[in-house]
Write a protein that binds this ligand. Structure first.
Ligand code: PLP
Length: 288
């Protein structure tokens, strides 16, 4: 059955949704987006996703309407996902539709607001246990990678490079620094120490990253937020990615070479378990 999407104030079947070719999201990539997960119908860290969206909205002067949380809940309901084990809601807000001209429309026009929900399936545990591979690729993004804009061409190219190499994830590298994935953040383990890039303008401040950092501190795992040169990353004993749809994903091969001993490591396992525990607690599910 066709899913129900939201566009500019109305719910409708996906096949009825239309936007103008003069939408600034289409012409300029002039828009923001968010992806928020729900487990058993309850959103995880909705407040943080909304705060990130608000920060993007204020920084870029793209107005985000009220009622976004209610919209998320209603999209789950209309798509019969209130009890889905896992679902995601995608939300996109652009600066609206106006004749093509680089500067903001004057007077301003209403934002275009588009959102949908869909079920999300975790990979089977046996696959996770095998681990995943990643390949390095140049980071070609602008200097505000911290904003979740719909200008994703560099990430598209990075993810395509991973796919062509038969890998699951891309490792974006700029000036010799291993920054993050094309749609997820990256962590390295050196001995006992967990390291990830600081939340600067060079990376997207992932909500999952933030939660995993909190969990590591709760678990007493020493953490450093600092830049990791690729040469150092290659010597990590463990490596994993975090993200809304990635959750905690172990990388056991980087550029065709084993990471550490080539198996899923103990720190990754511990944080993955802790992450599943956090989901259960926050979303009121049975403990894992
Ligand atoms: N890094 C990039 C470049 C992303 O696009 C994303 C999510 O889309 C993330 C990291 C992970 O963020 P989150 O954990 O909030 O999904």
């Amino acid at each position: 059955m066709e899913d129900t999407v939201f566009l500019n104030g109305e719910f409708m079947p996906r096949s009825r949704a239309r936007i103008s070719p003069d939408d600034r999201g289409f012409l300029f990539g002039d828009g923001l987006y968010e992806v928020t997960p729900a487990y058993g119908g309850r959103f995880l860290a909705m407040d943080r996703h909304l705060a990130r969206l608000r920060r993007g909205s204020e920084t870029l002067s793209i107005p985000v309407p009220e009622g976004i949380e209610a919209l998320h809940i209603e999209l789950l309901r209309r798509n019969h996902l209130e009890e889905a084990e896992m679902a995601i809601v995608y939300l996109q807000v652009t600066r609206g539709t106006a004749p093509r001209s680089h500067a903001f429309p004057d007077p301003p026009v209403p934002a275009t607001v588009y959102a949908w929900a869909k079920p999300f399936q975790r990979p089977p545990m046996e696959e996770w246990e095998e681990g995943y591979s990643a390949v390095t690729t140049p980071d070609r993004r602008w200097t505000r990678a911290d904003l979740k804009t719909v200008q994703l061409l560099p990430q598209v190219l990075g993810q395509q490079a991973a796919r062509e190499a038969g890998a699951t994830d891309a490792l974006l590298v700029k000036d010799g620094i291993a920054l993050e994935g094309a749609h997820n953040n990256v962590f390295f383990v050196f001995g006992e120490l967990l390291v990830t890039h600081p939340a600067s303008n060079q990376i997207l401040p992932g909500i999952t990253r933030e939660i995993v950092l909190e969990l590591a501190r709760e678990e007493g795992i020493p953490v450093e937020e600092r830049a990791v040169p690729l040469e150092e990353a290659k010597c990590a004993s463990e490596m994993f990615y975090t993200g809304t749809t990635t959750e905690v994903r172990p990388t056991v091969r980087l550029d065709g070479k084993p990471v550490g001993d080539g198996g899923v490591g103990p720190v990754t396992r511990r944080l993955h378990q802790a992450f599943l525990g956090r989901i259960s607690r926050e979303c009121g599910l049975a403990p894992v």
